[in-house]
Design a protein around this ligand. Structure first.
Ligand code: SAH
Length: 573
């Protein structure tokens, strides 16, 4: 059981219960167990629903099978995020508390007070209108949720739980050869004295010449913490409360622990994994650096004889938590509109993402596959660049982000913008990881609704000259018309761009018959779908807007009743 994340059984539930029951240990470590009935109608989340991920897996499998997911956890009917899952996307660690009791209070719909002093508040943005969370003191509170980097949450007479966002960066300086145990003791002591939670540690920061310090490396390995190192040239630029001339003489910077902690916590551009949205965001004055230093340097020497070494510990708090995962960008084409036309792979990608970003109309069209714990950011259509920037920012931070475009995301879609921006930001090609999920593009959907107009060589041209000079578009239209390509026109007309289609038609009339079949297809596969079969000559009589795709046949394309047919080969004509 420990080696697997999930088990999916196609077996009677009773048999599965008997099989797994001796192996179950604890719901915080047990894997997901999902059972599918023999006929494939039901997918049951049997065990490990929240922390094991069985609820999510059951829903994904049900989506693909067209089955019903059966989730029996108490909060499932409430459209609320489960309290033991709240911080999972952000890498928060679970602290002390009575998790079952607090979940029960939420399930009953009674008030739960949230005291959040650290970590992202994004989870609060997509709560349903009616929810039990109170973000201020409330006399009717039946439970409390602390979201904090401290240990000292008081124990109220009502049940409480604690989440620890990882915002603490521990700056360490130490003598060569200091053991792992001595460094651990030093950190533990500073944390105890200051009521800081070890679970809230994001990572350890130090000077680059310590990157091979055995005790430090071992400690990071044991506690699964990143070790961030900085050169003395960078560290010496930071103003610290306790500079030391002795240290400066030895390593070339007056501060290691304090300066490294501040550097790591300040997310300054040369911290290799962080993405710079706008440089101004990170250029903070030295005074601001100091405010992020929570505990100035403390010197620790082991009290036990035989233990040698000395450790300097300083603690800085980051504004944003460290998630500890490589973020993902899932660039997803949602198809023309109807969910039936979205590929199963694309549906799974969207349903499994931490965050979904897209134009509000398309977010609405895929609403049935969105999950209640997801961060949904719908932006107006004109904000495409902002959507790309935001997605990259969230992914660099460590979230898995689905960026959705209608049709195919790589055809006049968001995928190109995201890739362009990644390239500009000096992306290493791996972090964040990128996966592109194709979708059925408008030209394919439009073609399918009128027959087989694209049967032979074809091309697509966008008439939008917002990002492409009109001369270039004219050149391509002329070439396409001359080469007898069946041509799909995207973005044919908007309220302000009305002449492009007039000119495009004239270009085609130079090379093709006025009675060449043309399909004008609007909102294909959506509720307000409209299809008009016409000819090149009469094209301008048809209503055309930004939701329309136009298919212009080639010289062999024929109309046949309601259909538009381009032959597979031309030898017969
Ligand atoms: N990525 C999309 C294209 C986006 S560009 C795709 O692959 O389909 C926007 C243009 O696509 C619109 O101006 C229109 O020409 C076309 N389009 C998008 N959805 C459409 C639909 N449902 N019906 C008809 N045309 C559509």
């Amino acid at each position: 059981m420990e080696t697997h994340q999930a088990f999916v059984f196609c077996l009677a539930t009773g048999a599965v219960v008997r099989l797994i029951s001796p192996l179950l240990k604890d719901k915080s470590t047990d894997p997901a167990v999902v059972v599918i009935d023999e006929t494939g109608k039901f997918v049951i989340s049997l065990c490990g629903g929240h922390q094991g991920g069985a609820d999510k897996l059951a829903k994904l499998i049900a989506l693909q099978l067209g089955a019903t997911a059966i989730l029996t956890g108490a909060t499932n009917g409430l459209e609320l995020p489960a309290v033991d899952m709240l911080g999972v996307p952000f890498g928060w660690c679970r602290g002390a508390g009575d998790w079952n009791a607090v979940s029960a209070v939420v399930a009953k719909g009674e008030n739960v007070e949230v005291i959040q002093e650290a970590g992202s508040t994004l989870w609060q943005n997509h709560l349903p209108q009616v929810h039990p969370f109170k973000f201020h003191q409330s006399p009717t509170t039946k439970a409390k949720i602390y979201i904090t980097y401290k240990t000292s949450s008081p124990h109220p007479p009502i049940p409480s739980i604690t989440w620890h966002p990882r915002i603490i960066w521990v700056g360490i300086g130490c003598e060569r050869g200091t053991s792992k145990q001595v460094i651990a003791d030093a950190i533990d002591q500073v944390f105890q004295q200051n009521q800081l939670a070890l679970a809230a540690i994001a990572g350890i920061a130090t000077i680059d010449i310590k990157s091979d310090e055995v005790g430090l490396v071992e400690l990071c390995h044991e506690r699964n913490l990143p070790l961030k190192t900085f050169s003395s040239e960078i560290l010496r630029t930071i103003t610290v409360p306790n500079p030391s001339q002795v240290v400066e003489k030895e390593v070339g910077t007056p501060s290691v622990a304090e300066a490294a902690a501040i550097m790591a916590a300040s997310q300054i551009p040369n911290v290799e994994t962080l993405y710079i949205t706008s440089p101004a965001e990170y250029i903070t004055s030295p005074a601001e650096y100091i405010t992020s230093l929570k505990i100035p340097k403390q010197i620790y020497r082991p009290s036990i004889q035989n233990q040698k070494g000395a450790v300097t510990v300083a603690v800085a708090l980051a504004k944003k938590e460290y998630i500890g995962k490589v973020g993902k960008l899932l660039l997803v084409g949602t198809g023309p509109g109807n969910l039936d036309q979205m590929t199963p792979a694309a549906q799974t990608a969207v349903a499994s993402a931490d965050a979904v970003i897209g134009y509000s109309l398309y977010i609405d069209l895929i609403a049935p596959i969105l999950q209640k714990h997801q961060i949904i950011e719908a932006l107006p259509i004109t904000k495409e660049r902002d959507r790309a920037t935001r997605a990259i920012e969230l992914a660099h931070w460590g979230l898995s982000v689905a960026v959705i475009s209608s049709g195919d995301c790589g055809i006049y879609g968001m995928a190109g913008l995201v890739m362009e921006d990644l390239q500009l930001s000096g992306w290493d090609g791996k972090n964040p990881s990128v996966e592109v999920f194709p979708g059925v593009s408008a030209f394919q959907s439009a073609a399918a609704r009128v027959g087989t107009p694209l049967m032979h060589d074809f091309c697509a041209v966008s008439l939008s000259d917002l990002l492409t000079p009109w001369e270039v578009i004219v050149k391509r239209l002329t070439a396409a018309a001359a080469a007898d390509f069946v041509t799909a026109l995207y973005n044919p007309k908007s309220q302000t761009r009305t002449q492009q289609l007039v000119e495009a038609r004239e270009i085609f009339l130079k090379y093709r018959n006025p009675d060449t079949p043309v399909a004008v297809v609007r909102s294909v596969y959506r509720e307000d779908e409209q299809i008009i079969l016409t000819t090149l000559e009469k094209l301008l009589d048809a209503p055309v807007d930004m939701l329309t795709t136009i298919l212009i046949g080639n010289q062999s394309t024929r109309s046949y009743g309601e259909w538009m047919i381009t032959p597979r080969g031309y030898k017969r004509f």
